[in-house]
Each structure stands twice: as C-alpha cells, then as structure tokens.
Design a protein around this ligand. Sequence first.
Ligand code: GLU
Length: 304
Amino acid sequence: MKELLEKILSETYDLRKEGKVASYIPELAKADSDKMGICIVNADGECFAGDYGERFTMQSVVKPVILLLALMDRGMDAVRSLVGVEATGKPFDAFNYSDQALKEDHINPMINTGAIALCTLIEGENYNEKFDRLLNLARKMADNPELSLDENVYLSEKATGNKNRALAYMLKAYGMIEDDVESVVDCYFKACSIKVDSVDLAKIAYVLSNKGVNTKTGERLFSEDYARFVNAVLTTSGMYDGSGEFAINVGIPAKSGVGGGIMGVVPGKMGIGIYSPALDKKGNSVAGVKAMEALSRKLDLSIF
Ligand code: GLU
C-alpha cells in the first residue's frame, strides 16, 4: 500500500504547478506549495507517504465537524430548520442567494453561510465554550488530543474576514441567527484555523466511514444516522462547486478546504487525508483531487 501511495504522489505531484496557494487570508499565502502528503486509515491501521506530517489549517474541512456537533447537540429537526441540503452550485463565500433560498430552502452546511449559521446551534454558555466543544470533537475523531488552534491563521482571518462578517449579517437580517455577529464569526474563524496533518484528516474521515464509531477505542462518537447524513451531504456538496465532477471522477464523499486539505470518506472501508496547498479556481487542491482520483481508480473505491 505504501508503494501505491508513493507512486500516486509522484504521478500527481507536478500538477501543483497548475494551482495557486490561497492568499485572500494573508497567512495562508505562506504555505509551501511543494509539500504534498497522503494518509489512509483502514482496519489494518495507517499508511502514509510524502509530507504526511506537514500541518495546515482545516478551513472548510471543519464544516462536516460543525454539522456533526450541531446534529449531536440539537438533533436533526433543529439542524434541518436552519440549513438545507441542496447543492448551491455557487462559490463557498457567495452572496447572491435568492430570498427563497434564504427563507425557505435554507443554505447548505458545506458553504460559509450554512456553517456560520450552524455555529449558533452548538451548545455552550458562550462562543469560547462552543469552540472548545468543537475542538474536542475534532480531537476525538482524529484520536489526537494535541489538535489546537493555529493562532496566526486565526488572527489573519479575523483581521480580514469581512466577507464572512457580511454573510453573517445577512443571516441575521433574515432572522437565521440571533446572536452577536462578531462572536459567531469568531467561533467560525477559530474552527477554520484548527491545525491538522494528513493523518488527522484520514482518522476523522475514518470515523465517518465507520458510521460514527472510533474503531480503535470502540467508542461511538455519534449516531449512524448522523454519519449517513453528513456523508450524503459531502457527496453532493463537499468539493465546492466541483462536487459533481468529483463524484463522477472520484466517487467518494469528501470535503476540501482552502488550506489545501482534502478528507475522503470511503463508507465501510477507509478514511483518506491528502494535503497539497496549491488550489484550482474553485478552491480544491489540484494535485490532491488527482491523487484522490488515482487512489479511487486503483482501489476501486467509487461508491457509484
Ligand atoms: N476560512 C475560510 C473562509 O471562510 C474557509 C473557506 C474554505 O476553506 O472554503 O473564507
């Protein structure tokens, strides 16, 4: 397996040159686009290659974890009354939603508006406590108590994240959030700034692939229904507005983030974590998507 992973990395590595590291959050521009790592976790354990220990921030890969915690804390009905499940076909930070999309269909939890709204559903006395509970769930899923905040990325995003503030004010204007906007987006900025490596992502994905159970400890972290819900949403909308293409070429529920990470969930089989920070225009790692595709083809992982 290690040889296969190394071969896939060497075959896809050059594609990074076709992409660009995200720079709209200034601190992300410092990422080294020459780094690329991969890890898979399955019943046999972990297998990795390349710069699998290179750390980066989760960015949008945290959205499924936010969704899970909102489901765990408030249940399906509360979540469904705030966010929808239809793919928007728009960029992750788009503003141009119709009144109907906001009022009736609601907003997909894999884009910024949906994830920001869901932060309000997380239990906690205040937004620091909500974030701590989110970090704790990410730590449990990754089986890594060391997961922590990348302070520099967090501050960089907080200083420049006015588009997300504007989206949150739009949610407030539509009555979808009640709390103080700055506190809500602060929780979202921190969530995006949780630092992981490819192994952490693969382990988080592995829990989702195992219907909510951490197979190492046997602990059930969330219900099978929630795992199914999240995996289905990842399939239709986890790869931004490239999700349809990804479903055809790769066929794995997955989530990417502008930090360059991709997490792949192969139901009943494995979790995959990939890192390569040069992104395509939609925000997906160029080499990472191709590596996922190669892995899916070699191991026949497509769920379709
Ligand atoms: N923190 C990023 C933002 O909201 C996350 C975007 C992403 O990874 O899609 O702008």
